[in-house]
Design a protein around this ligand. Structure first.
Ligand code: ZN
Ligand code: ZN
Length: 372
């Protein structure tokens, strides 16, 4: 599928330079990762050799790349941005090269939050007069408000992961291990159009009580509730993440009661999304309902996380955050109830705040799915 030309627009570096200035940063240093891809469309490999977008708050941005990576950089969307791509040779010091091209007298530079420590320290040595700070918050201010093209890309990702959930009966059966089922799901994630599998959680019976259990050699038994939380990254760079719950045969009554409470809470949260609602208010809508039914101690994590070029990014839907939702913000709504030693359940959809409310991107039924 051809990449949507609106997905990586040319004005992002300029917007990032403005955001840097507003955050009191004299320059941004952005190494390979989601921030670089967001700003330039360049999906560069994180390697020991330095690749770095250098964006002074005032002045011309440029991209330094190892000379051997220059053709790949030029072939990526960054080649059309009009940004100077500066190749460095194996015997050059790329950090000194960056310092020599930056305006003198920089007082504070922002490094991307995932830059390797060895590169951060090399920049500290090359720019001794500049205090280092994290660039993440300044860039998150841009990244957490999705464009229409980004929402379309997230919707495509959601449709792809929905297709995997819809076929779960092909793989999830008593007598198979979680790991066996997980391998089939991973293949299906790719077959559905993802470029990579990011995670596969198949948590059966008591394993469901551990929210980030992945897979194990446990054999799935008749009557086990199973939490299936899966996601991948599409060729566009945008991620999917969705959780559904299955039972093979007849689930215990105690589980069915808890599941009803969870479904009501998650549904209420999805229906409450509207601009101006704060993150902690959205969290509380589900948490209060779950606590009111006696399960408050068993909902042990935040309601959700933003999603885009990373599975977990801003905004986080969590108690204590007074961030007000705005149109274009995309995030998971994934309350859970976990009874240690017994079972767990979590329902997860990706939601997008719109001008008038919220859209759910995952459209598979949230009812407990009973597999024969
Ligand atoms: Zn999630
Ligand atoms: Zn998930």
């Amino acid at each position: 599928m051809a990449l949507d030309p609106n997905l990586y627009p040319a004005d992002r570096v300029v917007r990032a330079q403005k955001a840097a200035a507003e955050a009191g940063l004299d320059a941004l240093l952005v190494s390979p990762g989601a921030d670089l891809r967001y700003l330039t469309g360049y999906d560069a490999l994180p390697l020991e050799r330095l690749t770095c977008l250098v964006a002074p708050a005032e002045g011309e941005p440029f991209l330094v790349v190892p000379l051997l990576e220059k053709p790949a950089a030029e072939a990526s969307p960054v080649g059309d941005l009009g940004i100077d791509i500066v190749g460095w040779r194996e015997t050059d010091d790329p950090y000194a090269l960056v310092a020599s091209r930056l305006p003198s007298g920089l007082r504070r530079v922002g490094v991307d939050n995932h830059m390797w420590a060895e590169k951060v320290l090399a920049f500290r040595a090359a720019l001794p007069g500049a205090e280092q700070a994290l660039a993440g918050q300044a860039l998150a201010e841009l990244r957490m408000r999705k464009s229409a093209a980004e929402v379309r890309a997230l919707s495509e990702a959601a449709t792809a992961i929905d297709a995997v959930h819809l076929s779960m009966a092909e793989w999830l059966r008593p007598g198979r291990t979680e790991a066996e089922v997980g391998r089939d799901i991973a293949d299906a994630i790719i077959a559905a159009g993802h470029a990579t599998v990011d995670f596969v959680i198949v948590a059966s019976g008591p394993n469901g009580a551990s929210p980030h259990h992945e897979v194990s050699d446990r054999v799935i038994e008749a009557g086990d509730p199973v939490v299936v939380d899966i996601g991948g990254t599409m060729p566009s760079g945008y991620c999917s993440d969705s959780t559904r719950n299955y039972v093979v045969g007849q689930a215990p009554d105690e589980y069915l009661r808890a599941y009803g409470v969870l479904l009501a809470a998650q549904t209420a949260q999805c229906e409450s999304v509207i601009p101006g609602l704060t993150s902690e208010q959205l969290d509380a809508i589900g948490r209060d309902l779950i606590a009111g039914e006696g399960y408050g101690d068993y909902f042990v994590h935040r309601t959700g996380h933003g999603i885009g070029l990373e599975t977990h990014e801003e905004p986080y839907i969590v108690a204590g955050s007074d961030l007000a939702l705005e149109p274009g913000m995309a995030f998971s709504i994934e309350p859970g109830i976990y009874l240690p030693g017994k079972f767990g359940a979590r329902i997860e959809d990706i939601a997008v705040c719109t001008e008038t409310g919220g859209d759910r991107l995952n459209l598979v039924s949230r009812e407990l799915r009973v597999l024969a």
